[in-house]
Structure formats: C-alpha cells, structure tokens
Write a protein that binds this ligand. Structure first.
Ligand SMILES: Nc1nc2c(c(=O)[nH]1)N[C@H]1C(S)=C(S)[C@@H](COP(=O)(O)O)O[C@H]1N2
Ligand SMILES: [Mo]
Length: 444
C-alpha cells in the first residue's frame, strides 16, 4: 500500500517510512504544510478519506497513466532484480557519530522500513573490523586442525556436496544499542538497534565436519574460529554449542550464496550468540582444550562491571525487543489508528510474550506475535493503537521461553552499572509529542 505524494518520483508508505534529513529539517523549520497532506492521507487511510476519494473521482484511479497502455520493460533489462527506484531511501546507513578507522566500519539496517522477520540481504547490517572482500570461492579453503585424528582442508566444492540444513536466525552485534548506555539517545531505531538482522542461513553443521575429522569431543571442549581477513578475527566457541548441531558452517543466505559483506563464501553461524562469534570469510577451525583468550574475547566485547572487573566471554544475547514503527524520526500528523509494530528476539530460544505500553510503562498490553515464532530468530509483533493526539511514551517488553523478562534501564543499570559499551538489552522508549514528532528518550 502506498501512494504518490506531490513531489514526483516519491512514494510514501506512512507511517513506516523514515523521514530524510531534509524532511526532518523542513518539519523542524516549521514548513509542515507540504508534508501534512501526504501524511494525513496515509494515516487516515482506514477512514473517511478512502471513501471520499472514490466519491470525488480521484484522478489517479480515474485516468490511466501512460505506462498502463504501453509496452513494459523486457526481462533482459534486469537479470538480477533490484528494488524500485522509489525505495531509494531505504538503505543501510553509517552512524554520523561513529568514527571510521580504515576498514573498521559499521552500517546499520533500516529497521523502521522493514516488514516481517527476514532482512533483505542487501540491507543486512555490516560490521567489519578491517573492511570486506569479495573472495574467489575457487581459492577459498577451510582447514580443520587441533585435537582431531585427521586434519582436513575443505574446498567450497567439498562443502557444497555435504548434507546441508537451512535455519532462520537473528544476528546481533554485541555493541548494538551501545550508545544508549551513555544516554546519547541516537535519533532513530536504525542507529539505536540496527546492528541486527535475520536471515535464512544454509550450510553444514560444524559438528558433522568435526566428526568427519575424528575430533576429540572429550578433551576438545573449545573450538577456535578464524577469519581470513586482515582483522585476524578469532573467537572461542564452546563445544556444547557445536554438539547441539546448531552451529553452521554456512555458505547460503536467504536462498543464494552469502553476500561478500556478510562473509562470502563461508561464515560461521552461531545462533543466539553475539555477532562477533559469527566469523566471516571463515578459513580455520581448531579444536582445543581451553579458551584461546584471543583479542576479540579478552579485550574487546567485555563488559566493565560496577565493581571494576571485566566480564569476559559474554556470549548469549538476552531477550530484547524494540518498536520499529512508530519510532524516532517518524512523525504522526493526524490522530487516529496506528499499527504499532516491532521485533523481539532472544538468544535463549523462542519469544513467548511481548507487552506494549503507551504510557511509559505504567500499563501494559499484550501484543500479537506474528507467525512463525522461531527459536533464536526475530519475531514480529503488532498491536493496535488509536492515538488521541496527546503525548505518549511507547515501549515494548519481551519475555522468552526461559521466563527471562527484558529489563528496564533502572533494572539493567542496577546489575551492570553504566560503564558498559556492549550487551544493552534494556526496554527502549519512543516519546510521541503532541506535534506528532517521535523521539528517543530514556525511561528508568
Ligand atoms: N572475519 C571477520 N568476521 C567477523 C567480523 C570481522 O570483522 N571479520 N566482524 C564480526 C562482528 S563484530 C559482527 S557483529 C558480525 C557482523 O556480521 P555482518 O557484517 O554479516 O552483519 O561479524 C563478525 N565476524
Ligand atoms: Mo560486533
């Protein structure tokens, strides 16, 4: 559902769409009228305007546009499909607040404009410690060594011949929502929660490869995963996770090969565990009897606790949720019906319940969980809301099947203090002003 607004070449899909910086500036400068028309029509789409448009003979339905009576593009015009040119605003973005050092960079997924639970591969967030590469799959190898009977080197062809599984899982960087620890309150859900994506991954269970090599599962309780890029990305993965069969050596993402930015041709998929363990451009797996204490686990991705100690090896992403629309940077220009929608996820299994509050956590209502609800995958929730035009604070709170409930900032800080960067799963609040503008606020 969408409609053309007065500017040529622009399609609005309110209220999910995210305003461009120019639009936000225009609104802040008080030039609201040019936007008002578009937003009123969309946000009241379920009411009188829909009927009025029919009665008055809306020219967009009465008159056929020229393309309706002419020849369309041939299939050959696009051997590989692309989004409509009207969707050019829905892109990954780099946070203006984050410095980029060489190839070390982050791009955030535009959660405010996505539907369902699968992230389109071209909008999957990116986190590279040393830039990305488009690796020749014919030359890529995976070595398995350490506490194994026979060391092995697999080509991509070898791996593609083995029995494969496909599973839908979320990946979240441990640093997602990190700015909020310092109450920086970045403006949009893209920047506050966009280091999060969910795909169908296809590959071979790492357990099967280790069995094939005769791994010593008794002594070898840890596995090192090493990437081939310049960042020397290495992470220790506990053997229990691998024995469960969940950890995949994956080459597929959403039905095609991985994208280069996401580790083509091979990455580790470690469901429920923070993104850094999902080693991209995977080239070596070593079985060992103790954790390696590599830089990316001993020094990075650690949590500074209130008593001054560092919590290392945090791995499971605890239950978390966020309302993606209405969310920061969006504007409601008319009272009336809105579909509050968002995402919930847990590294411990399935989401069991999501509650939504429109008054900053005083009253809670249960949201509808949309199917499928999968273990360690994003779950879409929706709840009906009729905005009365008064200020409101929108929040969502997830509970997973282990009974864990997503904490408020007060509860999280009581345990974790406020010096952390990583692993922030607190309840997010979006404040709706009387003007309809939605912004990021922190509620304890
Ligand atoms: N080889 C390698 N693997 C890597 C990284 C990297 O820089 N190099 N970044 C890690 C981090 S910190 C995250 S959050 C995820 C991001 O995966 P994505 O870029 O596919 O979203 O990859 C992880 N795997
Ligand atoms: Mo990360």
């Amino acid at each position: 559902m969408g409609f053309q607004d007065e500017r040529p070449g622009r399609l609005r899909r309110a209220p999910e769409n995210f305003l461009t910086n120019e639009e936000i500036q225009a609104v802040q400068a008080g030039r609201r009228s040019f936007m008002r028309k578009a937003f009123v029509a969309a946000s009241a789409a379920m009411g009188a305007p829909v009927l009025a448009r029919a009665a008055s003979g809306d020219s967009a339905i009465m008159n056929l546009p020229p393309w309706s009576t002419s020849l369309g593009q041939p299939v050959a015009a696009r051997p590989y499909g692309l989004p409509s040119r009207y969707e050019s605003n829905l892109v990954r973005r780099e946070s203006p607040g984050l410095t980029r050092v060489g190839g070390s960079s982050v791009s955030f997924a535009p959660l405010q404009g996505l539907f369902g639970i699968i992230t389109p591969s071209g909008l999957h967030f990116e986190r590279h410690h040393q830039g990305w590469h488009d690796v020749d799959p014919g030359k890529h190898r995976l070595m398995i060594n350490g506490l194994v009977k026979t060391q092995a080197v697999f080509t991509m062809d070898d791996l593609l011949r083995l029995p494969a599984v496909s599973r839908i899982h979320f990946i979240e960087c441990g640093a997602n929502t990190g700015m909020e620890w310092g109450n920086v309150a970045v403006p949009t859900v893209q920047y506050s929660h966009g280091m999060l994506s969910c795909s169908e991954f296809t590959g071979v269970p790492l357990r099967d490869l280790l069995e094939q090599c005769g791994a010593d599962f008794k002594k070898g309780r840890y596995v090192l995963a090493e990437g081939a890029d310049g960042s020397s990305m290495t992470r220790t993965i506990p053997m229990e996770l691998i024995e469960s069969g969940e950890v995949l050596v994956a080459y597929g993402q959403n039905g095609e090969m991985l994208r280069p930015e996401n580790g083509y041709p091979l990455r580790l998929v470690v469901p429920g565990v923070q993104g850094v363990s999902w080693v991209k451009w995977l080239r070596r797996i070593e079985v060992g009897d103790k954790p390696w204490g590599a830089k990316d686990e001993a020094v990075h991705y650690v949590d500074l606790m209130p008593d001054g100690t560092h919590r290392q090896y945090s791995s499971t992403q605890e239950a978390k949720s966020v309302i993606t629309s209405p969310s920061g940077g969006q504007i409601l220009l008319a009272k009336g019906f809105y579909n509050i929608t968002g995402l919930a996820w847990s590294g411990r299994g399935k989401i069991k319940q999501v509650d939504v509050s429109i008054d900053g956590g005083i009253n809670w209502r249960r949201a509808r969980l949309e199917l499928p609800v999968l273990s360690k995958a994003l779950t879409r929730f929706n709840v009906d809301w009729v905005w009365d035009g008064k200020p409101a604070i929108l929040q969502s709170r997830a509970m997973d099947e282990s009974g864990y409930v997503q904490p408020s900032y007060g509860q999280l800080r009581a345990v974790r203090g406020s010096k952390s960067i990583y692993h922030n799963n607190a309840i997010q609040s979006w404040k709706v002003l009387e003007s309809g503008e939605v912004g990021n606020v922190q509620v304890l």
